[in-house]
Design a protein. Structure first.
Length: 78
C-alpha cells in the first residue's frame, strides 16, 4: 500500500490543519466520530482512499482528491 502518495493539491482546513497525502486524509477520516464516518461523502471518500493506496494510479488519486474535497466541504472544514 502507498499511503504516502501525495494528493494533487494540499487541502488547508479552516482549523489550520493540512491534508497533503493519502495518509493525512485517512487519519482525518478515522479521527471522525463513527456516525460521521458513515456519512455518504466519507464512505465514498474512504473507498476511494483504499483504491488510491492499493493501486496508486494518477486517475485514482485525482478521484480521491475530488471526493475528499466534497466531504471536507460537507463537514464545513474547507
Amino acid at each position: 500500500m502507498t499511503w504516502h502518495r501525495k494528493l494533487p493539491q494540499t487541502f488547508y482546513l479552516n482549523d489550520g490543519r493540512s491534508i497533503a497525502t493519502l495518509a493525512h486524509a485517512r487519519d482525518l477520516l478515522l479521527a471522525l466520530p463513527a456516525p460521521r464516518q458513515d456519512d455518504h461523502h466519507w464512505v465514498l471518500a474512504g473507498g476511494l482512499l483504499l483504491q488510491g493506496a492499493y493501486r496508486g494510479r494518477r486517475d485514482n488519486i485525482v478521484d480521491v482528491h475530488a471526493e475528499i474535497s466534497r466531504a471536507l466541504k460537507a463537514e464545513g472544514l474547507l
